[in-house]
Design a protein around this ligand. Structure first.
Ligand code: GLU
Ligand code: ZN
Length: 311
Protein backbone atom coordinates (compact mmCIF):
# COMPACT_ATOMS: atom_id res chain seq x y z
CA UNK A 1 0.00 0.00 0.00
CA UNK A 2 1.41 3.38 -0.97
CA UNK A 3 1.76 5.83 1.89
CA UNK A 4 -0.08 9.10 1.48
CA UNK A 5 2.21 12.14 1.48
CA UNK A 6 2.56 13.96 4.80
CA UNK A 7 0.51 17.15 5.03
CA UNK A 8 1.64 20.19 6.96
CA UNK A 9 0.17 23.63 7.39
CA UNK A 10 0.92 27.22 8.31
CA UNK A 11 -2.02 28.62 10.27
CA UNK A 12 -1.62 32.32 11.08
CA UNK A 13 -4.38 34.42 12.64
CA UNK A 14 -4.73 37.47 10.40
CA UNK A 15 -5.17 39.92 13.27
CA UNK A 16 -2.36 42.18 12.13
CA UNK A 17 0.05 42.66 9.26
CA UNK A 18 2.67 39.97 8.70
CA UNK A 19 5.95 40.74 10.49
CA UNK A 20 9.34 39.02 10.60
CA UNK A 21 8.13 36.49 13.22
CA UNK A 22 5.19 35.43 11.05
CA UNK A 23 7.39 35.19 7.97
CA UNK A 24 10.00 33.14 9.81
CA UNK A 25 7.36 30.69 11.02
CA UNK A 26 5.92 30.37 7.52
CA UNK A 27 9.40 29.84 6.07
CA UNK A 28 10.20 27.06 8.55
CA UNK A 29 6.86 25.28 7.96
CA UNK A 30 7.40 25.53 4.21
CA UNK A 31 11.05 24.37 4.23
CA UNK A 32 10.26 21.46 6.53
CA UNK A 33 7.42 20.33 4.22
CA UNK A 34 9.16 20.91 0.89
CA UNK A 35 12.39 19.25 2.05
CA UNK A 36 10.43 16.08 2.81
CA UNK A 37 8.10 16.23 -0.20
CA UNK A 38 5.10 16.94 2.04
CA UNK A 39 2.03 18.94 1.12
CA UNK A 40 1.84 22.39 2.72
CA UNK A 41 -1.43 24.28 3.22
CA UNK A 42 -2.00 27.85 4.25
CA UNK A 43 -4.93 28.16 6.64
CA UNK A 44 -6.02 31.63 7.69
CA UNK A 45 -7.43 31.34 11.20
CA UNK A 46 -9.82 34.24 10.83
CA UNK A 47 -12.65 33.20 13.18
CA UNK A 48 -12.10 35.98 15.70
CA UNK A 49 -14.25 38.50 13.86
CA UNK A 50 -13.38 41.22 16.36
CA UNK A 51 -9.70 41.10 15.31
CA UNK A 52 -9.43 39.48 11.85
CA UNK A 53 -10.45 41.25 8.68
CA UNK A 54 -10.53 40.14 5.03
CA UNK A 55 -7.97 42.87 4.27
CA UNK A 56 -5.55 41.44 6.86
CA UNK A 57 -6.12 37.92 5.52
CA UNK A 58 -5.23 39.17 2.04
CA UNK A 59 -2.18 41.03 3.42
CA UNK A 60 -1.01 37.72 4.91
CA UNK A 61 -1.48 35.81 1.64
CA UNK A 62 0.31 38.58 -0.27
CA UNK A 63 3.17 38.89 2.23
CA UNK A 64 3.89 35.16 2.11
CA UNK A 65 3.79 35.16 -1.69
CA UNK A 66 6.13 38.18 -1.71
CA UNK A 67 8.67 36.15 0.29
CA UNK A 68 8.41 33.34 -2.28
CA UNK A 69 6.21 30.85 -0.41
CA UNK A 70 3.63 28.89 -2.40
CA UNK A 71 0.95 26.59 -0.96
CA UNK A 72 -0.90 23.51 -2.16
CA UNK A 73 -4.15 25.04 -0.92
CA UNK A 74 -5.36 28.14 0.89
CA UNK A 75 -8.17 27.62 3.40
CA UNK A 76 -10.21 30.21 5.30
CA UNK A 77 -11.16 28.94 8.74
CA UNK A 78 -14.25 31.19 8.81
CA UNK A 79 -15.75 29.07 5.99
CA UNK A 80 -15.71 26.01 8.25
CA UNK A 81 -18.41 27.11 10.67
CA UNK A 82 -20.61 24.11 9.79
CA UNK A 83 -17.83 21.68 10.74
CA UNK A 84 -17.06 23.60 13.94
CA UNK A 85 -20.73 23.54 14.97
CA UNK A 86 -20.96 19.82 14.16
CA UNK A 87 -18.00 19.18 16.48
CA UNK A 88 -19.75 21.13 19.26
CA UNK A 89 -22.87 19.00 18.65
CA UNK A 90 -20.71 15.91 19.04
CA UNK A 91 -19.19 17.20 22.29
CA UNK A 92 -22.71 17.93 23.56
CA UNK A 93 -23.77 14.37 22.67
CA UNK A 94 -20.79 13.12 24.67
CA UNK A 95 -22.18 15.09 27.64
CA UNK A 96 -19.04 17.22 28.09
CA UNK A 97 -20.23 20.62 26.83
CA UNK A 98 -21.11 23.24 29.42
CA UNK A 99 -22.00 26.90 29.75
CA UNK A 100 -19.52 29.10 31.61
CA UNK A 101 -20.81 32.43 32.83
CA UNK A 102 -17.76 33.43 34.90
CA UNK A 103 -16.45 36.89 34.23
CA UNK A 104 -12.72 37.34 33.81
CA UNK A 105 -12.80 39.62 36.83
CA UNK A 106 -14.39 36.94 39.00
CA UNK A 107 -11.52 34.62 38.11
CA UNK A 108 -8.75 37.20 38.59
CA UNK A 109 -7.75 35.87 42.02
CA UNK A 110 -7.29 32.35 40.69
CA UNK A 111 -4.19 30.32 39.84
CA UNK A 112 -1.98 31.37 36.96
CA UNK A 113 -0.11 29.19 34.46
CA UNK A 114 3.64 29.60 33.85
CA UNK A 115 2.96 32.12 31.05
CA UNK A 116 0.87 34.29 33.40
CA UNK A 117 -2.50 33.31 31.93
CA UNK A 118 -5.35 32.55 34.33
CA UNK A 119 -6.06 28.89 35.01
CA UNK A 120 -9.78 28.21 34.86
CA UNK A 121 -10.98 26.22 37.87
CA UNK A 122 -13.73 24.34 35.96
CA UNK A 123 -16.35 25.67 38.38
CA UNK A 124 -19.25 25.67 35.86
CA UNK A 125 -19.01 21.97 34.97
CA UNK A 126 -22.51 21.34 36.33
CA UNK A 127 -24.10 23.56 33.66
CA UNK A 128 -24.11 20.81 31.00
CA UNK A 129 -25.79 21.72 27.70
CA UNK A 130 -27.37 19.34 25.20
CA UNK A 131 -27.00 19.52 21.41
CA UNK A 132 -30.49 21.08 21.35
CA UNK A 133 -29.53 23.78 23.86
CA UNK A 134 -26.11 25.21 23.14
CA UNK A 135 -26.92 27.34 20.10
CA UNK A 136 -29.30 29.51 22.09
CA UNK A 137 -26.97 29.91 25.07
CA UNK A 138 -25.39 33.38 25.29
CA UNK A 139 -22.63 32.04 27.58
CA UNK A 140 -19.12 30.95 26.69
CA UNK A 141 -19.06 27.20 26.07
CA UNK A 142 -16.38 24.97 27.57
CA UNK A 143 -15.54 21.29 27.32
CA UNK A 144 -15.01 19.13 30.37
CA UNK A 145 -11.71 17.36 29.62
CA UNK A 146 -10.89 13.99 31.16
CA UNK A 147 -8.60 14.03 34.20
CA UNK A 148 -5.10 12.78 33.82
CA UNK A 149 -1.92 13.50 31.96
CA UNK A 150 -1.87 13.67 28.17
CA UNK A 151 1.54 12.45 27.03
CA UNK A 152 2.96 14.44 24.12
CA UNK A 153 6.54 14.73 22.97
CA UNK A 154 7.78 17.43 20.65
CA UNK A 155 9.84 16.11 17.76
CA UNK A 156 12.64 18.38 19.00
CA UNK A 157 12.72 16.43 22.27
CA UNK A 158 10.73 18.67 24.63
CA UNK A 159 8.16 16.93 26.83
CA UNK A 160 4.82 18.70 26.29
CA UNK A 161 2.86 16.33 28.55
CA UNK A 162 0.30 18.02 30.78
CA UNK A 163 -2.92 17.35 32.62
CA UNK A 164 -4.78 20.10 30.72
CA UNK A 165 -7.98 20.05 32.83
CA UNK A 166 -5.91 20.73 35.94
CA UNK A 167 -2.94 22.68 34.53
CA UNK A 168 -4.85 25.11 32.27
CA UNK A 169 -8.52 24.43 32.96
CA UNK A 170 -11.22 23.27 30.56
CA UNK A 171 -10.92 25.11 27.23
CA UNK A 172 -13.47 27.51 25.78
CA UNK A 173 -14.75 26.15 22.46
CA UNK A 174 -17.14 29.01 21.63
CA UNK A 175 -16.79 32.42 23.18
CA UNK A 176 -19.72 34.43 24.52
CA UNK A 177 -19.58 36.68 21.44
CA UNK A 178 -20.49 33.65 19.33
CA UNK A 179 -17.04 33.15 17.75
CA UNK A 180 -15.58 29.66 17.60
CA UNK A 181 -12.52 29.50 19.83
CA UNK A 182 -9.03 28.74 18.59
CA UNK A 183 -8.64 25.49 20.57
CA UNK A 184 -11.61 23.83 18.87
CA UNK A 185 -11.26 25.36 15.41
CA UNK A 186 -7.61 24.34 15.10
CA UNK A 187 -8.36 20.72 16.08
CA UNK A 188 -11.38 20.39 13.77
CA UNK A 189 -9.54 21.98 10.85
CA UNK A 190 -6.35 19.98 11.29
CA UNK A 191 -8.50 16.83 11.05
CA UNK A 192 -10.56 18.18 8.11
CA UNK A 193 -7.40 19.15 6.22
CA UNK A 194 -5.77 15.76 6.86
CA UNK A 195 -2.85 17.41 8.69
CA UNK A 196 -0.28 14.82 9.78
CA UNK A 197 2.46 17.21 10.80
CA UNK A 198 2.38 20.47 12.74
CA UNK A 199 5.29 22.91 12.80
CA UNK A 200 4.62 26.14 14.70
CA UNK A 201 6.12 28.64 17.12
CA UNK A 202 7.21 27.66 20.59
CA UNK A 203 4.72 30.11 22.10
CA UNK A 204 1.89 27.72 21.14
CA UNK A 205 3.52 24.61 22.65
CA UNK A 206 1.54 24.89 25.94
CA UNK A 207 -1.73 24.39 23.97
CA UNK A 208 -0.65 21.04 22.58
CA UNK A 209 -1.88 18.76 25.38
CA UNK A 210 -5.33 20.41 25.34
CA UNK A 211 -5.51 19.98 21.57
CA UNK A 212 -4.52 16.31 21.80
CA UNK A 213 -7.20 15.79 24.49
CA UNK A 214 -9.82 17.32 22.17
CA UNK A 215 -8.60 15.19 19.23
CA UNK A 216 -9.10 12.06 21.33
CA UNK A 217 -12.60 13.07 22.44
CA UNK A 218 -13.62 13.73 18.83
CA UNK A 219 -11.96 10.57 17.48
CA UNK A 220 -9.39 12.42 15.36
CA UNK A 221 -5.81 11.26 14.72
CA UNK A 222 -2.97 13.17 16.43
CA UNK A 223 -0.36 14.75 14.13
CA UNK A 224 3.34 14.98 14.97
CA UNK A 225 4.41 18.28 16.57
CA UNK A 226 7.50 20.40 16.29
CA UNK A 227 7.78 23.85 17.87
CA UNK A 228 10.40 26.23 16.57
CA UNK A 229 12.30 29.09 18.27
CA UNK A 230 10.92 32.61 17.98
CA UNK A 231 12.21 35.99 17.01
CA UNK A 232 12.00 38.27 20.00
CA UNK A 233 11.85 42.03 20.05
CA UNK A 234 14.87 43.56 21.77
CA UNK A 235 12.98 43.75 25.08
CA UNK A 236 12.60 39.97 24.98
CA UNK A 237 8.94 39.86 24.04
CA UNK A 238 7.68 37.67 21.24
CA UNK A 239 7.93 39.61 18.00
CA UNK A 240 4.20 39.73 17.52
CA UNK A 241 1.83 41.90 15.58
CA UNK A 242 0.36 42.83 18.96
CA UNK A 243 3.48 44.78 19.82
CA UNK A 244 3.37 46.53 16.47
CA UNK A 245 6.86 45.23 15.78
CA UNK A 246 8.03 45.88 12.29
CA UNK A 247 4.98 45.27 10.09
CA UNK A 248 6.01 44.09 6.64
CA UNK A 249 4.81 47.32 5.00
CA UNK A 250 7.35 49.27 7.12
CA UNK A 251 10.18 46.90 6.22
CA UNK A 252 9.34 47.19 2.54
CA UNK A 253 9.00 50.98 2.75
CA UNK A 254 12.52 51.05 4.23
CA UNK A 255 13.73 49.30 1.07
CA UNK A 256 14.08 45.71 2.26
CA UNK A 257 13.63 43.19 -0.57
CA UNK A 258 12.26 39.66 -0.28
CA UNK A 259 15.61 37.94 -1.08
CA UNK A 260 17.32 40.13 1.52
CA UNK A 261 14.76 39.36 4.21
CA UNK A 262 14.82 35.66 3.36
CA UNK A 263 18.62 35.71 3.75
CA UNK A 264 18.39 37.54 7.08
CA UNK A 265 15.78 35.12 8.49
CA UNK A 266 17.84 32.11 7.36
CA UNK A 267 21.01 33.48 8.95
CA UNK A 268 19.26 34.49 12.19
CA UNK A 269 18.01 30.90 12.54
CA UNK A 270 21.42 29.41 11.72
CA UNK A 271 20.38 27.91 8.38
CA UNK A 272 23.09 29.87 6.58
CA UNK A 273 26.33 31.34 7.86
CA UNK A 274 25.82 34.73 6.22
CA UNK A 275 22.78 36.90 5.63
CA UNK A 276 23.19 37.03 1.86
CA UNK A 277 20.15 37.32 -0.40
CA UNK A 278 18.44 34.02 -1.07
CA UNK A 279 15.02 32.46 -1.71
CA UNK A 280 12.94 29.77 -0.01
CA UNK A 281 13.53 27.51 -3.05
CA UNK A 282 17.30 27.85 -2.70
CA UNK A 283 17.15 26.84 0.98
CA UNK A 284 15.12 23.62 0.54
CA UNK A 285 17.90 21.20 -0.38
CA UNK A 286 20.12 21.79 2.66
CA UNK A 287 17.32 22.38 5.17
CA UNK A 288 17.67 20.40 8.38
CA UNK A 289 16.27 20.99 11.86
CA UNK A 290 19.70 20.09 13.20
CA UNK A 291 20.93 23.39 11.80
CA UNK A 292 18.10 25.50 13.21
CA UNK A 293 18.97 27.54 16.32
CA UNK A 294 17.97 25.93 19.61
CA UNK A 295 17.00 29.20 21.29
CA UNK A 296 14.90 32.25 20.54
CA UNK A 297 16.75 35.10 18.83
CA UNK A 298 16.38 38.77 19.80
CA UNK A 299 16.36 41.13 16.83
CA UNK A 300 15.92 44.78 15.93
CA UNK A 301 15.27 46.45 12.60
CA UNK A 302 17.62 49.20 11.52
CA UNK A 303 15.65 51.31 9.00
CA UNK A 304 18.74 53.24 7.86
CA UNK A 305 20.44 50.05 6.65
CA UNK A 306 17.12 48.25 5.99
CA UNK A 307 18.48 45.29 7.96
CA UNK A 308 17.08 42.97 10.59
CA UNK A 309 19.94 42.53 13.03
CA UNK A 310 20.56 40.21 15.98
CA UNK A 311 20.70 42.16 19.26
N1 GLU B 1 -3.54 30.64 14.57
C1 GLU B 1 -2.59 30.47 15.63
C2 GLU B 1 -1.73 31.72 15.79
O1 GLU B 1 -1.56 32.45 14.86
C3 GLU B 1 -1.64 29.30 15.41
C4 GLU B 1 -2.31 27.99 15.16
C5 GLU B 1 -1.38 26.79 15.17
O2 GLU B 1 -0.34 26.82 14.48
O3 GLU B 1 -1.73 25.82 15.80
O4 GLU B 1 -1.22 31.99 16.85
ZN1 ZN C 1 -17.28 29.29 34.57
Amino acid sequence: MALLPATSRFAPSPTGEPHPGTLLSALLVWLDARHDGAQALLRLEDVDHTRSTPALAQAMIDGLAWLGLTWDAVVLQSKRRGAHDAAIDELARLGVLYACTCSRKARAGGRRAADGSLIYDNRCRESVLSAAQWRSSPAALRVCLPDGVVQVRDEGGADLSQAPARDLGDPVVRSNNGAIAYMLAVVVDDAADGITRIVRGRDIAPSTATQVALQRMLGYPTPTYRHHPLLLAAEGEKLAKLHGSYPLSHLRAAGLTAPQLCGMLAALMGLTSEATSTSPDALVRDFSWQRVAADDVAVRFDPAQARLLPV
